[in-house]
Design a protein around this ligand. Structure first.
Ligand SMILES: [Zn+2]
Ligand SMILES: [Zn+2]
Length: 272
């Protein structure tokens, strides 16, 4: 019986994405602002999830103090460094989030006790961009977006009294609103040249029409998608999926939607 244990770490590093075989325009098209000549930096956050049996004697999978020591030795090689200039890992690959998480995986696995399995590394470059790696041939890349919209919970299949009883304040006739935030997770192999599962520039371009359509609108009154179905967060996450699947195809892996900071809804093809 395995139990999963997760510990979170932070480190700060600079990096720059640039392919010397391409001209300025090609680099810009793929890496955007990550091409600036001297680099930029991030407060990286790394979540390390290990799995293993619970030790009879200690009651632990791994002593969290030992896990901290093991991972900090690895992160010392990156903390307050320039990934391109000061580490040997990115001479022949781009220092993208997807490549960095794989490098960290290759360094942490051999340092763990043999009874412990590294289950997942999740690396945040910013609060809106992160990559997950499980040690296989693919990685997951996630990026979050937001839009602000008004809505009203109301079902045409229920009576006014039933609507009021079921949805309460959310049934207010003129509506209320939220800052919706959603994470789009793309799954695939990491491209050897770009170091990405999918170019962020392309992902943003795929999502932007949907944001333009929904942002600063009233979902029930202005969006055809919610004319015949209640604008519950469940239906909103399904609508986001329907729209994004059309442009992203099978690369689209998972969507998480926060209607408020406290209520989260997810839909996808298989567990992330
Ligand atoms: Zn960056
Ligand atoms: Zn609401």
């Amino acid at each position: 019986m395995e139990v999963l244990t997760t510990k979170r770490f932070e480190f700060s590093a600079a990096h720059r994405c640039w392919n010397a075989d391409w001209n300025e325009g090609q680099n810009q098209a793929v890496f955007g602002k990550a091409t600036t000549p001297f680099g930029h930096g991030h407060n990286y956050v790394l979540e390390v999830t290990v799995a293993g049996p619970v030790d009879d004697r200690t009651g632990m999978v791994i002593n969290i103090v030992e896990l901290k020591r093991i991972v900090e030795v690895v992160l010392d090689r990156f903390d307050h460094k320039h990934l391109n200039e000061d580490t040997p890992y990115f001479r022949d690959r781009q220092p993208t989030t997807e490549n960095l998480v794989q490098v960290l995986w290759s360094l942490i696995v051999p340092a763990l006790p043999h009874t412990i399995r590294l289950h997942r590394l999740r690396l945040y470059a910013t609060s809106a961009i992160f990559a997950d790696f499980y040690g296989g041939g693919t990685a997951n890349f996630s990026r979050s977006y937001s839009f602000s919209a008004a809505h009203r919970l109301h079902s045409a299949q229920l009576s006014p009294g039933e609507n009021q009883q079921l949805y309460g304040k959310c049934n207010n006739e003129s509506g209320h609103g939220h800052d919706y935030r959603f994470e789009v997770t793309i799954s695939g192999t990491v491209d050897r040249v770009t170091g990405r599962v999918m170019n962020i520039v392309d992902l943003d371009r795929a999502v932007q029409p949907l944001l333009d359509e929904l942002d600063h609108t009233h979902l029930d009154r202005e969006q055809a998608a919610f004319r015949d179905r209640p604008s519950t967060a469940e239906n909103v996450v399904l609508y986001l999926w329907e729209c994004l699947e059309q442009v992203l195809g099978t690369r689209l892996h998972w969507i998480r939607l926060w209607e408020t900071a406290n209520n989260m809804f997810e839909y996808g093809v298989s567990e992330p």
